[in-house]
Design a protein around this ligand. Sequence first.
Ligand code: URP
Ligand code: ZN
Ligand code: ZN
Length: 484
Amino acid sequence: MSKVIKNGTVVTADLTYKADVLVEGGKIVEIGPDLAGDETLDATGCYVMPGGIDPHTHLEMPFMGTYSSDDFESGTRAALAGGTTMVVDFALPSPGQGLLDALQMWDNKSTRAHCDYSFHMAITWWSEQVFNEMEAVVRDRGITTFKHFMAYKGALMVNDDELYASFQRCAELGAIPMVHAENGDVVAELSAKLLAAGNNGPEGHAYSRPPQVEGEATNRAIMIADMAGVPLYVVHVSCEDSHEAIRRARMQGKRVWGEPLIQHLTLDESEYFDKDWDHAARRVMSPPFRNKMHQDSLWNGLQSGSLSCVATDHCAFSTDQKRYGVGDFTKIPNGTGGLEDRIPMLWTYGVGTGRLTPNEFVAATSTNSAKILNCYPRKGAILVGADADILVLDPEKTKTISAATQQSAIDYNVFEGKEVKGLPRFVLTRGRVAVMDGEMQPEEGHGQFVKREPSGAVNKALSSWKELTAPRPVERSGIPATGV
Ligand SMILES: NC(=O)NCCC(=O)O
Ligand SMILES: [Zn+2]
Ligand SMILES: [Zn+2]
């Protein structure tokens, strides 16, 4: 049965035009004027865009002695409610666990997904087994991105030698390394010092992770990626220090992508100084929220193109879980939600204020991720042959964000009370209407895994250049005898 989205304005990363969009068999089959289908979705006054891609989520993540509360069921339901039609989550081996073994666990969790999804693989320890299994992860499983934590010392953190080894392996496999860039050693020392001085509240979390620790780690990761001859994706860029490193690297011709989060773009550090412990602890995440100067830097990066994709790092813990850290901020599970709010918040605070054009918005919420992660134009596009993952956004529709009406399983929302303008009228996931006139009609298990190909053009270009400029011995005719 075909569906036609009629009378809307198609907005992609590079074009804006009036057209109807015909969908059949889960794909876009025709784009043009006066199309007809078995079912009509009226998009009058709306923008017809590629569905959002959130390149960074943690659903049912084992972390800090608990599991994040949104799983693939509630998490992807929240995603669809907010116009996101694909999430990319992280398979996270425990130290000592094989990559394929961990992947099996994430395969099991994700069977309940309402929308399509893919995985990044985390490198949380290093060994010959990890080295060997990386090949199967890329070639057999279609997972071409490997995440490295430079923070969370004693848990997920890897050291520079492990980073270098893994980045080199990524280069060989045509994969892309990603980093959580914070200097974990310094964070651990600062945290201990703060606790010893009686700073045990949630504000201690922000004090323990100043922008400098992020800037230093970002510079270090960029250097290591350059030495290994591989591109680099920096997750949750929260401050000018890190953005500056990325900007400089890009100006030097390095292939480095930066991902700001909607939380860092719209919420600031004052949240941690709230008198209500719960309020502050609910907003504890790494890196922490920053001040206005850093926020402006992130917006500037999106405008100028030095930052590429807006994500959420959705990792939602309930208030009860956050309370594990009463009396010791280092025990507050790190993470916040945002899947349902990313698109309305970015539209409101980005397009609504003139900081972003609608085309830049589509690039940041969908197309850039699809291109970097090598699933474009199947995802991130309104093109014939693309998956019919479509957001029909009504720019006049408003709501006040509230935990009382959200899909997420947790009991609060960090954007509580924000007025947003620009909400989904329809959301299609591979042609299935999951949001109909603003009402949810989800289908558990509809989501499918999106396999990705390695060896994008960027990796090829980098390895050609690396080979051309590799150190070579100088050919000499007469070599002097060795002196004694
Ligand atoms: N960001 C955060 O605080 N929690 C999720 C895990 C991570 O991405 O660091
Ligand atoms: Zn992180
Ligand atoms: Zn994360």
